[in-house]
Design a protein around this ligand. Structure first.
Ligand code: ATP
Ligand code: ZN
Ligand code: MG
Length: 310
């Protein structure tokens, strides 16, 4: 690793260059798709362990899904209505030998060979919780206490950027609560409190603010306003690549009965379940730690080190 740096910059590009120079991230040639150094991964592991400790006693059921999910599931989820610009569908070659020869010829000539590919049944998971709702619905009605899940997934969003905190492939740790409106909003409130305490204990400056998702198009503006008016989404923001525009590192979402009614998630008496999820952006939190404490983890403040390397 090169000399450690503290990034007082407000320019995302400079900050990204500093991360490359320090060897923490590696370029691949595509914005938002990076290799990560071992120490970057270790910081993520340590942060995750801290999150796990903060959730001890909650009794969440851990489930891990792969980073791809059934295309049908995404189609039914409404994601393409709200965020068509972010979705990623896996395509594959399904032709015969003649088609293959054509593909190789196109590749050779620098032509667009991808038109010889077809959509598979797999899409890339856009948020860790998307595959959960239909999976739980298939397990039968919810108990009166509802349910709580602990998830982690690589996620894909087509939002290439030179802001290192806006990756195309990144990991999300999520807790998802299913239950009555009261149960799930109490869950969200408890994580708003815990999340802020946890980030403050790591010596990171943060604010919690009302937020909205980037709904597509003109109709999307209305959806975004609605989401704000109803207080459905909050974010915990930390200055990462920019001081003026801090980055959402944790998100706290209340979906009302949207996923419950979509997937038929209900209690034994037929009442539709509400849901809420709390998402931790793992790369973003790691970037925030490197931004504020420097690239040399050995030189991080003692209180931060002892918390992470407990
Ligand atoms: P933003 O407003 O910055 O686009 P978001 O509202 O899209 O964030 P969510 O959809 O709530 O974020 O995703 C949950 C968490 O995943 C976020 O709090 C963030 O930490 C992380 N995240 C979201 N998009 C990205 C990305 N492109 N790169 C890295 N992490 C991300
Ligand atoms: Zn979620
Ligand atoms: Mg986003």
């Amino acid at each position: 690793m090169n000399a450690p740096f503290k990034a007082p910059t407000t320019k995302a590009v400079d900050f990204l260059d500093g991360l490359f120079d320090a060897g923490l991230l590696m370029r691949t040639g595509v914005d938002g798709v990076y290799g990560r150094a071992g120490i970057f991964e270790e910081v993520i592991d340590r942060f995750e362990a801290l999150v796990t400790r903060a959730a001890v006693g909650d009794g969440a059921t851990r489930i891990h899904f792969p980073p791809g999910m059934p295309r049908r599931m995404l189609e039914k989820s409404g994601y393409l209505k709200s965020f068509p610009q972010l979705a990623g569908c896996v395509h594959s070659f399904m032709g015969n030998e003649r088609d293959h020869a054509q593909l190789l010829a196109m590749l050779e000539k620098g032509e667009d060979w991808t038109e010889l590919q077809q959509a598979t049944e797999v899409v890339l998971t856009p948020a860790a919780c998307y595959p959960l709702y239909p999976t739980v619905a298939a397990q039968g009605p919810l108990k009166p206490a509802g349910a709580l899940f602990d998830l982690k997934s690589y996620c894909f969003r087509h939002e290439p950027s030179q802001d290192p905190a806006r990756m195309q492939l990144f990991r999300m740790r999520e807790f998802v609560r299913l239950g009555t409106a009261e149960q799930v909003t109490a869950f969200r409130q408890s994580w708003l409190d815990r999340g802020e305490r946890l980030i403050a204990a790591l010596g990171l400056p943060c604010v919690v603010d009302l937020a909205n998702d980037p709904f597509f198009g003109r109709a999307g503006k209305m959806l975004a306003n609605n989401q704000r008016d109803q207080g459905l989404k909050f974010e915990l923001l930390i200055p990462v690549a920019s001081d003026d525009k801090p980055t959402a590192c944790l998100s706290f979402n209340y979906h009302q009965d949207h996923f419950g009614s979509l997937w038929g998630l209900q209690f034994e008496d037929g009442e539709i379940a509400h849901s809420a999820c709390v998402g931790f952006g793992l790369e973003r939190t790691a970037l925030a730690l490197f931004r504020h404490h420097g690239t040399d983890v050995e030189a991080w403040p003692d209180e931060v080190r002892s918390l992470l390397w407990a």
